[in-house]
Design a protein around this ligand. Structure first.
Ligand SMILES: Cc1cc2nc3c(=O)[nH]c(=O)nc-3n(C[C@H](O)[C@H](O)[C@H](O)COP(=O)(O)OP(=O)(O)OC[C@H]3O[C@@H](n4cnc5c(N)ncnc54)[C@H](O)[C@@H]3O)c2cc1C
Length: 308
């Protein structure tokens, strides 16, 4: 892991820095690169704009590791409202959520109930529910939650990280439930005992796990989602899908709002299914630091925002 990435991920844990950044106008200007605004309405309007150019969207309210079960109830209620908005506006929009926002730290069973409730609401509104993957200490519990939700609801998916050594085995085991899997490289600071420290190995693992998923997609046994902005890798995977006879629409490409925007539009024009993950909400500090860590050159945007 590069020193810059490691420092930025460490800084993400600092409550002092979180307070400083949240209060400063320059950091509010800087986050505009990655989110259309802090309010749900900002995200819904961006979803409408992207829908007009053929792109689907996934919404997520920022926040993680809540302190109480009543806070988790509020998050569930918030997303129930979001599903209503999606249906009322006829948007091609899904929702993605972190289990720590739904109380996994307080009660696994309550978190499971909330996810089941949300998966049902997703189904009723023609949307779908995605579960994000957090750091490695949550993987077993998150897969367990996904299995419960998937047993009752088809339109649900799970994020899986290629930087973890365990991932090929997890994917092989999950194939029995015909999963929807969003493969990502992984955004957390993980020890070398559980994850590849070198980026090159993470990239190679991403390709290998994608092949595992594409092979399954040939017979309808999985919906692979390539959740990456690594365009050469995406291009190689599209070519591989074609070789294997996996058609456009039998896999998808998901990227974050504000990153590789032109490539997202190009891929859509080429007939690929592209969706953009839009974040909103006030608790953006940790999430924002992870975006900076992914590309330390982004710190330049922060510097530019300080001066103007
Ligand atoms: C839809 C989606 C959902 C995700 N969900 C999760 C999740 O549930 N759990 C999790 O751990 N991680 C998640 N991530 C984050 C992911 O793990 C990576 O940290 C992130 O996508 C950066 O890696 P990359 O695959 O884009 O590849 P990289 O090899 O890091 O980047 C490839 C290229 O993309 C561009 N790029 C990448 N990141 C940025 C950035 N922040 N700013 C500007 N340019 C950039 C750069 O040009 C870079 O050269 C998600 C990512 C996406 C796209």
């Amino acid at each position: 892991m590069s020193i810059a990435r490691s420092l930025l991920l460490k800084a993400a844990e600092s409550p002092w820095l979180a307070r400083q950044m949240s209060e400063r106008a320059f950091s509010r200007r800087a986050i505009k690169k990655f989110m259309p605004g802090e309010e749900l309405e900002d995200a819904l309007q961006a979803a409408r704009r992207l829908a007009a150019q053929g792109q689907g969207t996934i919404l997520t309210q920022l926040g993680e590791a809540l302190g109480s079960l009543s806070a988790a109830d509020q998050v569930r209620d918030h997303y129930l409202q979001v599903f209503k908005e999606i249906k009322a506006r006829g948007l091609p929009t899904w929702i993605s959520i972190k289990p720590t926002q739904l109380g996994i730290d307080q009660s696994l069973e309550t978190c499971r109930q909330h996810l089941l409730t949300l998966a049902q609401a997703a189904e009723q509104s023609g949307s779908s529910l995605w579960i994000d993957m957090e750091d490695h200490t949550y993987v077993d519990r998150t897969i367990d939650l996904y299995r419960s939700v998937r047993a009752r609801h088809d339109r649900t998916g799970l994020a899986i990280q290629s930087y973890l050594f365990r991932t090929p085995k997890d994917v092989a085991a999950l194939l029995e439930v015909k999963p929807w899997i969003r493969l990502v490289k992984g955004a957390y600071k993980e020890p070398a005992t559980v994850a590849f420290p070198a980026k090159r190995d993470v990239d190679l693992a991403f390709y290998d796990v994608s092949l595992q998923l594409l092979e399954a997609a040939r017979t309808g046994g999985a919906l692979p989602i390539f959740g990456t902005h690594d365009i050469p890798l995406v291009r190689r995977l599209i070519a591989k899908a074609r070789d294997l006879g996996v058609k456009q629409g039998q896999y998808e490409i998901h990227m974050l709002y504000g990153i590789r925007t032109a490539d997202q539009a190009d891929l859509t024009r080429e007939g690929e299914t592209v969706k953009t993950l839009i974040s909103y909400g006030h608790a953006w500090f940790k999430w924002y630091m992870r975006r900076l860590a992914e590309r330390p050159a982004n710190v330049w945007f922060v510097m530019k925002s300080i001066v103007g």
